[in-house]
Design a protein around this ligand. Structure first.
Ligand SMILES: Nc1ncnc2c1ncn2[C@@H]1O[C@H](COP(=O)(O)OP(=O)(O)OP(=O)(O)O)[C@@H](O)[C@H]1O
Ligand SMILES: [Mg+2]
Length: 417
């Protein structure tokens, strides 16, 4: 029988750690059995940037993109291969371009989620456009920034409508801070958002296809300590709600590699940031959770390619809105219905069956790799590329400890069957 070959393209920027890990696991995978006794093999390739004809045919079957959010050549190539060539992309480039943080807030408010009160305020400085002066003089209404902040209530956050990487985010406790932050916002378009303050825990979830990891996040810690290794840090119901919110956002927007930030206070779950086209996958910050992320990424890509899952470029918002508008339905009822819709979209049951059947050897394979010298070399190389020389020993020991802890937990899990 002939093997079906699948080529996975990686569109990368500065990252080396997770791509090396992904490439290594894929190399070790071997042929995978598909429906009807078919056999499938996988290669990956780092995609280079070059001129492309709009009618050129790409060689890739699936592409993992980490560049398009700031680099427009690959962004436009992704749109072309999604529209013309049926290349499977984990995140729809269309919704990620048009549905930034602001649209994501609107959509999830429309679905009844507890997004904190948010107001968009006009630019502080003139927009660079010859028509602006006339338009603003004629149509921009004066507004009372203090009154808006009082209505929302202090403390609050000011942050760009399309934010990312903490750029331009400030916490605001009083009118003086409000004016300083607004004056500094310059040409950025800003939201004012009510702070969830205090909160009990910050739960950050990372979703990869049909899998979601909910992690306790500590934003005030340095990067390598932000994700705490702590299981069951949420009551079961809040944990399930965090997973549902992440999956709902992703199913709604057609995203399959995204992180979702939620603040949990008094048993309520408040989503505050959930449109991250290029979620953190780095070994130094994910540490304990890194092997899970790589494994989930490999499994999802293989599942997609072997089962012939088609990317959906359309969004089916009506089905979500119908649930939101169901007369008499409680918040819990709606969450249950959203979860069903999202799990259906991600073919969760089929994915887990596929993993249990065709990918049954992968958990052992990843554990072996993490326990071996190749992984340790990756860890050492990564630390050397990220930290100054005098900190290498400290960070190598720190990461070895956390990854070792994962390997021990994973080995116990596999042995217990
Ligand atoms: N409404 C809020 N209540 C409480 N804390 C908030 C709120 N909004 C933002 N924060 C805090 O500010 C941080 C940055 O805000 P946000 O995540 O919206 O911006 P970002 O630019 O996407 O940052 P990042 O790239 O780190 O995710 C959050 O991780 C959180 O700690
Ligand atoms: Mg954020």
């Amino acid at each position: 029988m002939t093997d079906t070959r699948h080529l996975i393209g990686l569109l990368l920027g500065t990252e080396e750690d997770w791509p090396r890990a992904f490439e290594e696991i894929l190399r070790r995978l071997g042929p995978i059995k598909g429906p009807g006794g078919t056999r499938h093999v996988f290669d990956s390739e780092r995609i280079t940037i070059e001129p492309f004809g709009l009618r050129d045919r790409p060689r890739h079957n699936l592409v993992i993109d980490r560049l398009a959010y700031w680099y427009y050549v690959p962004r436009e190539w992704l749109k072309k291969v999604a529209l013309m060539d049926g290349v499977y992309l984990l995140n729809s480039p269309f919704t990620f371009q048009s549905m930034e943080k602001h649209a994501a807030y609107c959509a999830m408010m429309r679905l009844g989620l507890k997004v904190p009160e948010t107001v968009l305020v006009p630019y502080k400085n003139p927009v660079d456009n010859a028509r602006y002066a006339y338009t603003a003089a004629r149509y921009n209404q004066p507004f009372d920034l203090d009154a808006i902040a009082r209505r929302i209530g202090y403390p609050l956050f000011m942050k760009p409508f399309d934010g990312g990487a903490w750029r331009g985010v400030s916490q605001i406790r009083n009118p003086a801070e409000l004016h300083t932050a607004y004056d500094q916002s310059g040409e950025m378009l800003m939201h004012l958002q009510k702070a969830i303050d205090p909160y009990d825990v910050f739960a950050r979830s990372l979703s990869i296809g049909a899998e979601t990891m909910v992690m306790r996040f500590q934003p005030d810690q340095p990067m390598h300590r932000r994700y705490a290794v702590q299981h069951s840090f949420l009551p079961a119901s809040a944990g399930a709600e965090v997973v549902t919110i992440g999956r709902l956002v992703n199913a709604f927007f057609r995203w399959e590699l995204n992180s979702c930030e939620t603040l949990v206070a008094g048993g309520e779950v408040y989503p505050i940031d959930y449109a991250n086209a290029c979620p953190d996958l780095s070994l130094t910050s994910l540490h304990y959770y890194f092997p899970w992320a790589i494994r989930a990424l490999v499994k999802w890509c293989v599942f997609v390619l072997v089962t012939g899952r088609q990317a959906r470029l359309d969004t089916d918002t009506g089905r979500f809105f119908e649930i939101a508008d169901t007369p008499g339905a409680s918040y819990a009822d709606k969450l249950g219905a959203y979860r069903e819709l999202a799990d259906g979209y991600f073919e969760s049951a089929r994915y887990h069956d596929f993993c249990a059947g065709s990918l049954a050897h992968v958990d052992e394979l990843v554990l072996d790799w993490v326990a071996g010298s190749g992984f340790d070399q990756l860890l050492v190389d990564t630390v050397r590329s990220v930290y100054p020389a005098h900190e290498h020993d400290q960070f190598i020991a720190h990461l070895r400890g956390l990854v070792g802890q994962w390997a021990a937990d994973e080995s116990a899990r596999l042995r217990s069957g």
